[in-house]
Write a protein that binds this ligand. Structure first.
Ligand code: ATP
Ligand code: MG
Length: 564
């Protein structure tokens, strides 16, 4: 047995073509393919039929489990229910729900009839909800009675929205229908739509870290890339219990909690409750989680809460750890090594890319602070603003050769925005990075966040990484602040470890620490201590908000921000 699912990265990369791996999926005749069929139904018909696909664990320790066969039947019922509501191919069905089982089989059922499934993070307020439902012209919305008041507020302004399915409604009135009742009368036999690989399957809005969220559409064929990356990057195997901590309101929760992971036959844990370090470790222990996919913000919070907490649980089942969403500071990798004896494997991708594109693979050496190497099938490069490759080691735009299966196929109602991503034969990601001699990619910052101080360009990520390696710091975000002499100076916003008192002396100590560990010019001339840093609900630090506050500018779209 090979040690990893991808036993020889270089060989696979060099010889790769998507056509060669088409056989990993089940196709209908005439080159037709359905992503949900591949995620669940084919496993419901093979040796995995009675295998648990979903271990569901609620906030108050309620538990449910569903086999592949059960998920297949429930999603069939959901598909039939939508058909009864006159939902056609291409219509949008949105889910405004916490991480409950209905969300997962509802999503699958929507794809199975060829409609487009969209997800909305359950913490959205009514304005965020309105913007997305209005923009997408959703025909059906699935929600629960806790969230219903927010829906009611905006319903009169949404003429396209014909039906609101409420998971726990007793009696139907007007547009409101009870999901559980409707499901009961829906048949569990469904002829799955033989969609074309290029037919739209799901849509979701970007995280809104840099501005107004964009409605990104993905095709059914995306599942090929998601399947291969779940196998090779996340290293999911048949006997594994896999836990992805993302919410399906964001792309990670779709690509690697529903599609790519289930198409590999993973038994997945889904925890519907809030973040809590002790609870998270208890779940790893209870379900004997083997593969864990999470985000830097969670890792930093776990590290801050550590104080020997990990020793109270049996975490020895863990075999492979991965991280996405923000740059992973080397400090976080070192902490993982210390407490789990394992490294977190960083990987890079975006809502628009639909799947992991650059990764630290389980069989390759990790260079802490690097995002890793391009996934087989992906040609990545660093290019200048004209699309010309820059020399090794130089900063530039992180760009990808278009044409991979999970590449977005459009931005809903914004064709010019979609076009703006492509230049000189490249997909331009909007992130700045560099590549080293060994082909490892290093994240520098979002294009808007790179700082120019005294003629030097400084990437926020390396300054933040130096800051969080300081023993008294938990999190850090840096911005460029206009300065008459230097153009910009580096200003750092910092949260301190529990019990550490802010002081002027500590500011000095931090500044000289960065000078010593990073570079003389790249230290923060201004430091501000904060209790919290502003983050998106998916856990990303929002530097644009810090900048706006600092400069007294409008804060822009804040619909995806956490209350803080
Ligand atoms: P918006 O596009 O609306 O501003 P967003 O870019 O945060 O929001 P996502 O698509 O969720 O929306 O996030 C993708 C971005 O997250 C990437 O472009 C990159 O800036 C950041 N990112 C994701 N993974 C990594 C990583 N491993 N290292 C560094 N940055 C990462
Ligand atoms: Mg983005």
């Amino acid at each position: 047995m090979p040690q990893y699912n991808l036993s020889d990265y270089q060989k696979t990369y060099d010889k790769f073509s998507y056509d060669q791996y088409k056989g990993e999926l089940d196709w209908f005749s005439g080159n037709r393919l359905n992503a949900a069929f591949n995620a669940v139904d084919r496993n419901a018909a093979n040796f995995r039929k009675n295998k648990v696909a979903l271990y569901w664990h609620g906030q108050d320790d309620q538990k449910q489990k569903f086999t592949f066969r059960e998920l297949s039947l429930l999603s069939n019922q959901f598909g039939n229910l939508l058909k009864n509501l006159d939902v056609d191919k291409g219509d949008r069905v949105f889910f405004f729900l916490p991480r409950v089982p209905e969300l997962y089989y509802g999503f699958l059922g929507t794809l199975k009839i060829g409609a487009i499934a969209g997800t909305l993070f359950s913490a959205f307020g009514h304005q965020a909800l309105y913007d997305r439902l209005e923009n997408s012209d959703a025909k059906v919305l699935v929600t629960n009675s806790d969230l219903l008041p927010r829906v009611k507020k905006i319903l009169p302004q949404l003429p396209a929205l014909k039906t609101v399915l409420v998971t726990d409604l007793k009696t139907a009135t007007g547009k409101f229908k009870s999901l559980s009742r409707e499901l009961k009368t829906a048949s569990d036999e469904l002829k799955v739509a033989h969609t074309k690989p290029s037919d739209p399957a799901f849509m979701l809005y970007t995280s809104g870290t840099t501005g107004k969220p964009k409605g990104v559409i993905h095709q059914h064929y995306a599942i090929l890339h998601e399947h291969l990356t779940a196998k090779w990057v996340l290293d999911i195997r048949d006997n594994d219990v896999y836990w992805c901590t993302a919410d399906p309101g964001w792309v990670t929760g779709i690509a690697y909690e529903i599609l790519g992971s289930w198409s590999n036959g993973a038994s997945s844990l889904i925890y519907a409750g809030r973040f809590d370090p002790a609870k998270w470790y208890q779940l790893i222990d209870e379900y004997q989680v083997n593969v864990w996919y999470t985000a830097p913000t969670a890792i930093r919070m776990l590290a801050a809460a550590d104080h020997d907490l990990t020793k109270k649980f049996n975490l020895s089942s863990l075999r492979h750890l991965a991280s996405v969403g923000e740059p992973l500071n080397p400090e976080a990798i070192a902490w993982g090594q210390k407490v789990f004896g394992l490294s977190f494997h960083d990987n890079w991708w975006q809502t628009e890319t639909g799947g992991i594109l650059i990764a630290n693979f389980p069989g390759l050496k990790i260079k802490p602070g690097s995002m890793g190497k391009p996934v087989p099938g992906i040609t990545a490069a660093i290019v200048d603003d004209n699309g010309k490759k820059v020399p090794v080691g130089h900063e530039g735009n992180l760009a990808i050769k278009p044409g991979w299966p999970s590449q977005m196929v459009k931005i809903w109602r914004r064709p010019e925005k979609y076009q703006s991503y492509f230049k000189a034969g490249w997909y331009i990601s909007g992130d700045r990075a560099r590549v080293d001699r060994d082909g490892y990619f290093w994240f520098i910052g979002r294009a808007d966040d790179v700082i120019k101080t005294a003629g030097e360009r400084v990437g926020p990520f390396e300054v933040e990484s130096a800051l969080v390696s300081h023993p008294k710091i938990t999190e850090a975000a840096v911005i460029g602040k206009p300065d008459p002499v230097r153009g910009q100076i580096i200003k750092a916003f910092i949260t301190l470890k529990q019990g550490v008192k802010p002081s002027e002396a500590l500011k000095k100590d931090i500044a000289s620490y960065v000078k010593k560990h990073l570079a003389g010019h790249a230290y923060p001339r201004e430091i501000e201590f904060r209790d919290h840093l502003p983050k998106t609900r998916s856990g990303k630090i929002v530097r644009r908000l810090l900048k706006a506050q600092e400069l007294g500018l409008p804060t822009g779209d804040t619909s995806t921000l956490e209350e803080y």
